[in-house]
Design a binder for this molecule. Structure first.
Ligand code: NAG
Ligand code: NAG
Ligand code: NAG
Ligand code: NAG
Ligand code: NAG
Ligand code: NAG
Ligand code: NAG
Length: 307
């Protein structure tokens, strides 16, 4: 029953997307215009780190009660994570934004995670991805980002500021900052990382993996991100997940490097590290048909449905 509904709604979504945005998913004729001045260094990708970040990301779909004592299904799954002490929730019900900040049990890492859109509103979210851009960075005025993503981030940014400073105060020995998220949560994580280092809320080295995030901004935004954050992120894309293809390149949205493309449905842990362009034409950009939502909800062989 659920599957049937799922397939019908998926088809419906695909039709509405095609109608409302008029894609032909991104065959990148604008590809040549990407020019990043300082190509980011290739950082090392690790599957076990990716699992950790994925569990933090999926955990943000669970309830605050389960997060408070770290008993949520993803909190304890396969022992990927040590217990996290949640120090702050990031909540704005008017923008439906949720996230949490915590400190790992070994007091080595501060973790910031953002939730994606929940399934009941995923369709609306996907069909409304085609929003205007806003221009929120006075010191880099050409940098434009998706207005809806930016409004969502901004609606919790003051809580974020208080929370991240507090977490570092509670954990002066922490060595590392993780910022992560799945889906829309990955887009919010990207906006958050830029804010944290632009505003100087943290001096900790960043470790950042995102899962199935949509494109966030234009080429100038990517240049600004790389100037401020000074490193690449690992941007995981599961096979034919449709969300990383949106909003389309034709609307001047581009991805941050480095894409890590999991491109074999029968081997969920097989991956390809893509190049520093952010839009490597030999990775998920090589697809233009048969994109789907199922694979948006099934990263690294782990389904998001437990919460
Ligand atoms: C590479 O990853 C390992 C473990 O995941 C980590 O200890 C090391 O610091 C990383 N090196 C760089 C250059 O990021
Ligand atoms: C965690 O909180 C839930 C809800 O309050 C409760 O049912 C559960 O027993 C708690 N678990 C632990 C280990 O404290
Ligand atoms: C936000 O919504 C959640 C779920 O409906 C509710 O539990 C929570 O109290 C609300 N928070 C605020 C600050 O309104
Ligand atoms: C981490 O810090 C908390 C709070 O300061 C403390 O209770 C706990 O014992 C520390 N854990 C370790 C492994 O140092
Ligand atoms: C929630 O977001 C709205 C819209 O951005 C904002 O006006 C409001 O102040 C925010 N509420 C909180 C508690 O941050
Ligand atoms: C995909 O994974 C399957 C199962 O491990 C393997 O047999 C197949 O060769 C892989 N395909 C590619 C293109 O790597
Ligand atoms: C990425 O790969 C494409 C195709 O191989 C190439 O045209 C592009 O210059 C590469 N970009 C970078 C930054 O390596």
């Amino acid at each position: 029953m659920r599957n049937g509904l799922f397939i019908i709604s998926t088809i419906f979504i695909l039709i509405s997307i095609t109608v409302s945005i008029g894609i032909t998913l991104p065959k990148t004729k604008t590809q040549q215009h990407i020019k990043i001045e300082n190509p980011s260094p290739v950082t090392n990708f690790s599957l076990s780190t990716a699992f950790e970040h994925l569990m933090y990301s999926y955990a943000s779909y669970c309830t605050e009660v389960e997060l408070s004592n770290w008993t949520c299904p993803y909190c304890t799954l396969n022992g990927y994570l040590q217990p996290l002490r949640v120090t702050q929730y990031l909540v704005n019900n008017s923008t439906n934004t949720f996230g949490y900040i915590g400190v790992t049990g070994d007091n080595q890492t501060v973790v910031v995670t953002f939730r994606g859109t929940q399934f009941s509103s995923l369709e609306n979210w996907i069909t409304n991805l085609n929003f205007p851009k806003s221009q929120p960075y006075p010191s880099f005025s050409g940098a434009l980002v998706h207005e809806g993503f930016y409004e969502a981030y901004r609606s919790v940014s003051s809580q974020l500021q208080v929370g991240i400073i507090q977490a570092q105060k509670e954990c002066p020995q922490c060595q590392k900052l993780i910022i992560t998220g799945h889906s829309l949560g990955g887009a919010l994580a990207i906006l958050c990382a830029l804010d944290v280092y632009e505003s100087g809320y943290s001096q900790l080295p960043l470790e950042m993996y995102t899962f199935g995030n949509p494109r966030v901004g234009n080429v100038a935004f990517i240049e600004y991100f790389e100037q401020i954050v000074l490193q690449s992120i690992h941007r995981l894309v599961n096979d034919r997940d449709i969300v990383p293809h949106l909003p389309p390149i034709d609307l001047n949205f581009y991805h941050l490097p480095i894409e890590v493309w999991f491109n074999n449905a029968s081997a969920p842990l097989q991956y390809k590290i893509c190049n520093n362009s952010g839009e490597d034409p030999s990775c998920s950009d090589s697809l233009d048909v048969a994109l789907n939502i199922e694979q948006h909800l099934d990263y690294m062989g782990i389904n998001k449905d437990l919460c």
